[in-house]
Design a protein around this ligand. Structure first.
Ligand code: NDP
Ligand code: MG
Length: 388
């Protein structure tokens, strides 16, 4: 029996994870969900408690915590509150694996707590690695904890690397759908609406990552994520637009051979791989039908149009605390865009403004990371308020 905690169980990755758990239990690979968490979606959390009977559920928002605590549950389940609740379950020894499906900076401390407590981590929360990759890997070196990616591109690379000597890897090729604005001109991006940006052509995801996919900031984050996960320089990571999202990523080796991982775009596949790694368990998730595939196409990303991608390469070169600012400024700008306070093209402009004002800290501690994140968000909010 594998015992797990699912942080962010009410989100897109969280719900898919519970779907994977149902599949694994149907297929002779027993998984027990011991802990779940949400921010405020108490109705769904309540249903999940009734179905999975976890020992405890953590609610982050004050109102959500009060609301869930007042409900009568059919099964005994502790209701815990906020970061203190996460810290309280992190030290328990009745589960081995944490799925971190939290969104944004909120995922960092739970990743750190999981490492401190020697848990296996199935990581969807790429922002943890963007803001604290160096710190996380130095902690992992001294811990029995392990970290596996859920992100489809990184899962693809992990699958391509099985049985291969890492020193023979010459390039990682991260594929990207290009998002809803792949065919828009740079000028047209000025006036795109929130609805257009949320209309991703291939993937159904939470709002924040959907906007990150439309700006290609998501691909920028994935370069940083790959750099830490596979211990490879950013210069050896190439981004390739592949609108059909069938090839999830590729690895090139020194002998000029290239391996790719393919499949229907469905996050359940990489989530299940992270839970059953290095094994595989059968599923009835949709299978790729090659006979129905008309064409697979590839193109170079347009760095001039998708400035966030260009900014990322500059940030990686500068290193230190710049990625923290990249992430924090982006998170605040995406929230402002979703709340219709700024235009789509203000997102990279605000990020650049924050990066320009930042003084690098070459080896930030966890405390510094938290401070720099909050400085970046404040900066972006104040700048956008000034402009309004
Ligand atoms: P969602 O917005 O759908 O879900 C986020 C989850 O985190 C929800 O359970 C939400 O609770 C909870 N949450 C939100 N804010 C907070 C907070 N401040 N404190 C504690 N909990 C919070 O996000 P996704 O599932 O789309 O994404 C999760 C992570 O996975 C992100 O890092 C994303 O980049 C990554 N990812 C997602 C993919 C996808 O297909 N969705 C693909 C690859 C990576 P509530 O429901 O109550 O708001
Ligand atoms: Mg991805």
């Amino acid at each position: 029996m594998k015992n797990i905690a699912v942080l962010g169980s009410t989100g897109s990755i969280g719900k898919n994870t519970l779907e994977v758990v149902r599949n694994l239990n149907r297929n002779g690979y027993p998984v027990s969900v011991k802990y779940i968490s949400a921010n405020s979606n108490v109705d769904l959390l309540f249903e999940q408690i009734e179905e999975f009977r976890p020992k405890a559920a953590v609610v982050f928002s004050d109102s959500g915590y009060k609301e869930l605590s007042s409900r009568s549950l059919k099964h005994k389940c502790e209701i815990l509150h906020g970061q203190a609740g996460i810290n309280e379950i992190a030290v328990r020894d009745d589960f081995e694996l944490v799925v971190n499906a939290l969104v944004g900076f909120s995922g960092l401390i739970p990743t750190v707590e999981a490492i401190k407590n020697g848990k296996q981590i199935a990581l969807a929360n790429k922002e943890s690695l963007v803001v604290a990759g160096e710190l996380i890997y130095s902690m992992l070196d001294k811990s029995s904890s392990t970290l596996l990616p859920i992100d489809s591109e990184h899962s693809a690379i992990l699958q391509c690397l099985q049985g291969e000597p890492l020193k023979e890897v010459t390039k990682l090729i991260l594929t990207a759908s290009g998002g809803p604005f792949r065919e828009f001109s740079k000028n047209e991006l000025d006036n795109v609406t929130v609805e257009q940006a949320l209309n991703h052509p291939n993937w159904k995801m939470g709002n924040k990552i959907t906007i990150d996919s439309a700006t290609l900031m998501n691909k920028g984050f994935e370069i940083i994520e790959a750099k830490w996960l596979f211990n490879i320089e950013a210069e050896s990571i190439e981004v390739l637009i592949h609108p059909q999202s069938v090839i999830h990523s590729m690895v090139e080796f020194s002998d000029s051979s290239v391996k790719a991982q393919l499949g229907v775009p469905d996050m359940k596949v990489p989530i299940q791989y992270a839970l059953t790694y290095p094994g595989r368990v059968s599923s009835d998730f949709p299978k790729l039908e090659f006979k129905h595939l008309k064409n697979l196409t590839f193109e170079q990303p347009d760095f001039d149009k998708f400035e966030c991608l260009k900014i990322t390469y500059d940030v990686i070169k500068s290193g230190g605390s710049y990625p923290i600012v990249l992430n924090g400024a982006n998170e605040a700008a995406v929230e402002l865009f979703l709340n219709r306070k700024i235009r789509f093209t203000d997102i990279p402009a605000l990020i650049k403004g924050a990066l320009d004002k930042h003084e690098n800290n070459t080896k930030p501690t966890l405390e510094n990371i938290v401070e720099i994140d909050s400085w970046s968000k404040d900066f972006v909010r104040k700048e956008s308020a000034k402009a309004a």
